[in-house]
Each structure stands twice: as structure tokens, then as C-alpha cells.
Design a protein around this ligand. Structure first.
Ligand code: SF4
Ligand code: SF4
Length: 91
């Protein structure tokens, strides 16, 4: 999650491999349904690594095991592949 200490510096959004970060009403937010804590892509959460003000703690309301995060990664990847295939076939 991103706290209200966010300074809207824009650097985390393009780093997210899952497109989970978006501009909210006042500052950036993370869609917990898309965030895998970077499991499946990187060893460390990329947004946490790059944030200059360290305002991205784990969300206590969305504690997930590595297995759950990996399953989410696989589900998101399957959706991406299906969407890309549909786009390339013109469906
Ligand atoms: S931890 Fe990774 S997947 Fe989650 S929002 Fe940050 S960059 Fe995106
Ligand atoms: S990197 Fe940190 S301060 Fe910058 S937009 Fe993202 S959450 Fe906000």
C-alpha cells in the first residue's frame, strides 16, 4: 500500500510489472488484486526499492503467502497471454 506520505514523484508507476500502481484521488495507490509483491518477476518489490520517501509498507489488510502471490502471478500472466492472443487474432 502507498501511504499519504507519497509525494507523487511518478517513479514507481512504470516500475510495476503488474500495472498495479495508479494515480488515486490525492496520491498514488496500489490495486491489491494486481500486486504480487513482485513475486514471479523480481526478488524484491520494485516500487519499495525505488520510492524516495519509503512510503510503501505492506498492507496489513492484504497479508498473502508467497504461494498465494505466485498463484496470483500465474493468474495475471494467463490473463495477459489470453488478452494478447485475442488482440493479435482480432477477436
Ligand atoms: S510490489 Fe511489485 S507488483 Fe506490487 S505494486 Fe510494487 S512494483 Fe507492483
Ligand atoms: S515512488 Fe513513492 S513517492 Fe513516488 S509516486 Fe511512488 S509511492 Fe509516491
Amino acid at each position: 500500500m502507498i501511504t499519504d506520505e507519497c509525494i507523487n514523484c511518478d517513479v514507481c508507476e512504470p516500475e510495476c510489472p503488474n500495472d498495479a500502481i495508479y494515480m488515486g484521488e490525492a496520491f498514488y495507490e496500489i490495486d491489491p488484486h494486481k500486486c504480487t509483491e513482485c513475486v514471479g518477476h523480481f526478488d524484491e518489490p520494485q516500487c519499495v526499492q525505488i520510492c524516495p520517501v519509503a512510503c510503501i509498507p505492506l498492507n496489513p489488510e492484504h497479508v498473502e503467502s508467497r504461494e498465494t502471490l505466485m498463484q496470483k502471478y500465474q493468474r495475471l500472466t494467463a490473463i495477459k497471454v489470453t488478452t494478447a492472443a485475442a488482440a493479435s487474432s482480432g477477436v
